[in-house]
Design a protein around this ligand. Structure first.
Ligand code: FES
Ligand code: FE2
Length: 372
């Protein structure tokens, strides 16, 4: 497809007349490249919770659409994010997770960096003209946190994280999300475009079918938002984060406001993450776009810190982990079918239901930022 906005016009009409996005929105490398340049390199994206790296020297490497980065806690206690490459000739510095102590040493020629990014050791460089150690520290990304949720950005330009989040913090105030602690994660490699995962995560049209053996049919309402996020709320007076018919194993968060008591918020914080916020917990679907038809999906689960000290915490948490994994895998199964179908030479975008309103909103947000 061409990157011409007219190709998207049928998808941008009022919902009752709108079509789905053209197939190329999910299959075209040129669209993926435009997303990289205009979305992923320009906006805040979620990494993890701060408590995952509690000690100086703790690090975690991430692959992102802007290349490998590493999140690391310095001796001064501050978290920082850097491009994960050596300033000599560009080897990856760190893989996976771990603790480097005070220094990161390059595996290639052993340049070393302090855990705050400053270049420390660079053997045999005394003849290099104009070489200045101060200018050859690791290249930093912008980093910010909201209530312990860590976000990074490849540019210094644009709104603060708080401005990006708009009225998300107000809507979530009574959940006291700063008390949340991540206790569980899984990563799935998914053969579909990243947007399909998030579109699916803000509609309940599919739940009675795809999830008939797990969460089943759900009713939801759409709530108005300000800022770079959208949400539906699945209506249920009890947490839907477990599948059991019995009372959920953890008590609701105390002091929830009237709206929050009504159900679970299934949000998308643009561009790449869902926070699902229930009465007793939070889980995220963090999409890491790899290619137009490949996404790494991290599902992470959090509970209020006070729950973690309950003697039977692990037993009580088990049904939540089970539900998050089973439902995520059910979604992955249908989304991979959808991606394959989008490759049809005969694909024609279909009409939308009123229940697809946030599916459309997700696509509109992206198209509006692709500079088509
Ligand atoms: S590439 Fe890192 S020391 Fe040479
Ligand atoms: Fe689903």
């Amino acid at each position: 497809m061409s990157l011409d906005r007219t190709e998207f016009e049928p998808a941008l009409q009022p919902l009752n007349r709108a079509r789905s996005m053209p197939a190329g929105f999910y299959t075209d490398p040129a669209i993926f490249k435009a997303e990289r340049d205009n979305l992923f390199l320009k906006h805040w994206f979620f990494l993890t919770r701060a408590e995952e790296l509690p000690n100086p020297g703790d690090y975690r490497a991430f692959d992102t659409p802007g290349g490998p980065i590493v999140l690391i806690r310095g001796n001064d206690g501050h978290l920082r994010a850097f491009a994960n490459y050596c300033r000599h000739r560009g080897s990856i510095l760190l893989e996976g997770t771990g603790n480097v102590g005070g220094r990161i040493t390059c595996p290639y020629h052993a340049w070393s960096y302090l855990n705050d990014g400053r270049l420390y050791g660079c053997p045999d460089m005394k003849d290099a003209e104009g070489f200045d150690k101060v200018e050859n520290g690791l290249v930093a990304l912008d980093l910010d946190q909201w209530e312990g949720f860590v976000f990074a950005r490849f540019t210094k330009d644009g709104p603060t994280l708080l401005d990006h989040l708009g009225d998300f913090p107000d809507r979530m105030a009574s959940h006291k999300l700063g008390d949340m602690r991540c206790t569980w994660k899984i990563t799935l490699d998914v053969a579909c475009n990243w947007k399909l995962i998030l579109e699916n995560a803000v509609e309940t049209y599919h739940t009675g079918i795809v999830h008939k053996n797990t969460v089943g049919a759900q009713q939801s309402r759409t709530l108005a938002t300000k800022g770079n996020w959208i949400t539906i709320q699945v209506i249920s007076g009890r947490s839907i984060a477990t599948l059991t018919d019995e009372i959920p194993p953890f008590d609701p968060i105390s002091g929830l406001d009237d709206d929050a008591r009504m159900g679970t918020y299934f949000t998308v914080i643009f561009p790449t993450v869902q926070f699902a916020v229930a009465q007793d917990c939070l889980w995220w679907l963090n999409t890491i776009p790899i290619a137009e038809n490949r996404t790494r999906l991290e599902v992470g689960g959090c509970f209020p810190e006070s729950r973690l000290t309950l003697p039977d915490f692990a037993t009580r948490a088990e049904p939540y982990y089970d539900r998050w994994e089973r439902v995520a895998k059910e979604d992955v199964g249908i989304l991979e079918k959808q991606q394959r179908a989008l490759g049809s030479a005969l694909y024609k975008p279909g009409p939308l239901s009123w229940r697809d309103d946030m599916v459309q909103a997700m696509g509109v947000w992206v198209v509006d930022r692709l500079r088509l």
